[in-house]
Design a protein. Structure first.
Lengths: 390, 390
């Protein structure tokens, strides 16, 4: 089914991202669901939606698992088939993939996919510990390394092999903060200077505070249906034309490379093949910038530049709004924020806005084709999806 | 697609259930996967399997999330698309449902579904706390009620409404321990008397120690493919001909009934409709006996008897091996054990054995049609699947 729409997004919702004090995850998810329902008056959610997949990474934050059923109820979808998917920070990328299967299966005409995380009520050491569960317990966590440390290993390897610099990393942060300043739902809506990023305190060298994404509360969702049914619900569908998901070793110590993510490359290859497109056909992308080095590696893994040239791409400003291939127009995980379970479908939400011309100040002109790249942990899971304007 | 095979099970594996000291969940899952691969020499796992869905309830047990990728690697399926599903104790029932979608989608020819949990290295209070995450935090957990308490509420309501007795509950335990004594992989392989069950210590009245399922380590898996491809892999496929999944409120306090699970009834109705069968067509069933009262309610929700007559059904011994409708021939959660994430596909494994004539001492003669009923939490998730001998 090369290049043909797999499924169509007929609506999407995103809660405000930020420190949402006094709310449970279920209330934040309901906010995202309400936006999706309000955008789509032809949809009768309770009648039409037959399954829900919700990405949610950590039950420890609220001492609450069983997230599928909980979110279904609070979104007004009581009794629907509801399942939580977890693949660390790619939990809702995996939810999207599961929802695509469900629609293509013929068993469901309309499904909702989404994600949610409530994190900011926990202390930073608690959050760091919960996030660490996405890395290998016996050979990583147990020895005390946490995610900034794991991504610092990638950064130093990339610097050593390709000459990438601390300035390159900081430039990613500056760009994404600029984009975030244009997104009223972003957690941090302020521009920063290169100097601010470079002089921020070291977390795990060469990664500094401004190289790290945010601890954020938020939720996101999409409504998917068969392409032939999309017009029942909207005049502006966005078609998903490529989908890839792949895995790798949970521990970085078994990887062949520290400067590239095998799962991301494989997922991208599958998605491009299915879409029958090449990297140069992509007009706008959201990539998984959990740390600035991850965005530079993403450029290379997705073929937006050659291996080793990610630093040059950001140096030439080519991934900024208005340039060759705008990346993370939402602000990315760095500035919009990274409520881990919500991130995958929040990236898809940005594609929905961009490809329907609703991205306002951060609109990419004439965007036809978009791509999202969602990574779990240090790369043990990756999902890549490709979108086309309907 | 009424009555037609949705997908076919071409192989299945189950680890030993019990206290598996010194092993990580990933090693236990590998044991189950190895059995499935060994049973199916025509399958080249690394080449043929395109997706893995793994039910896993609690990342707290081993401080390890990101279970999909981890299990994929340890099962020898590195780089495969791998996702953890979580729906409390129905986590692998949900994995099975997700795998059915994946095969029907046309994107995957062969998928593996399964589940795993490693629990016994934790203290009972720890396990009780982790399990409680499947109930509602603000209005249940916070007030101190745990799962024995929640199911005790169902038991007292059932006793009050229908005259069900403590003896009825104990009879479920005696039957399932008898069945478990015939299953070499069961956690507890010993028969018990009614007196033993009735005189065991009260956990949450009327539920006593022998009314409660076990804290167990274990893993289970199935290999699914399209029915038209099944013969490539085995001469003895088992077809899945009905699948239903539904949700309910996470908290019991919002339910309309305490004597029936709405999600289970709805999932059963969907599965029966899809299979074009009636309850009386079922020859063997595995139901979710997390507590003895849950098995009695399951009889009623599945239509194996009328509402309120579950106590009579067990009193007349009709669900015992050799009688009208044998239930939980594996020993059930009560005697085989309940490694929560593994339970749903472990039930399906028992159906695979029964419908291919490999259940040895506990074989149900001439079994043609089987059913599994997997419940999450106090009933916020339920999955029901119906199987037919290939």
């Amino acid at each position: 089914m090369k290049g043909k729409p797999l499924v169509s997004i007929v609506s999407a919702g995103l809660s405000k991202f930020g420190k949402l004090e006094g709310f449970y995850a279920r209330e934040i998810f309901a906010e995202a669901a309400k936006e999706a329902f309000d955008r789509c008056p032809n949809l009768n959610p309770k009648r039409d939606i037959q399954a829900l997949f919700v990405g949610h990474m950590g039950e420890s934050y609220e001492h609450q698992g069983h997230t599928g059923a909980t979110m279904a109820d609070w979104a007004g979808l009581l009794y629907v088939s509801a399942t939580r998917t977890e693949a660390a920070c790619a939990s809702s990328g995996a939810a999207l993939r599961a929802g695509i299967y469900a629609v293509l299966s013929g068993l469901c005409d309309v499904v909702m996919v989404g994600g949610v995380e409530k994190m900011t009520h926990r202390t930073t050491p608690e959050v760091t510990e919960y996030l660490a569960m996405a890395s290998d317990y016996p050979f990583e966590q147990w020895h005390g390394i946490t995610f900034p440390g794991l991504f610092a290993l990638m950064a130093t390897a990339h610097m050593h092999k390709y000459g990438t610099t601390e300035q390159h990393l900081a430039m990613v942060s500056v760009k994404n903060h600029y984009h975030g300043s244009l997104n009223p739902k972003a957690h941090m809506q302020k521009e920063i200077t290169l100097e601010t990023a470079l002089s921020s305190r070291v977390i795990a060298w060469p990664l500094k505070l401004f190289d790290c994404s945010l601890i954020t509360d938020g939720a996101s969702c999409l409504i998917l249906t068969k392409p032939e049914n999309a017009k029942k619900y909207t005049d502006m569908p966005v078609h998903i034309i490529g989908s890839g998901q792949a895995s790798d070793t949970i521990g970085m110590y078994e990887r062949e490379s520290f400067t590239s993510l095998a799962a991301a490359k494989l997922a991208a290859r599958k998605a491009y093949e299915m879409a029958n497109l090449k990297p140069e056909d992509v007009n706008v992308a959201e990539v998984h910038d959990c740390f600035t080095i991850a965005e530079i590696i993403a450029y290379e893994d997705l073929g937006l530049c050659k291996p080793g040239e990610g630093g040059h791409l950001i140096e030439k400003d080519e991934t900024k709004l208005g340039r060759r291939i705008p990346v993370n127009t939402s602000g990315g995980l760095k500035s919009k924020g990274h409520p881990v379970g919500a991130t995958g479908t929040a990236q898809a939400y940005e594609m929905y806005l961009q490809l329907t011309g609703q991205a306002e100040k951060r609109q990419v002109k004439n965007a036809e084709v978009g791509l999202t790249h969602n990574v779990g942990g240090s790369g043990a899971t990756a999902t890549v999806h490709i979108y086309r304007r309907g």
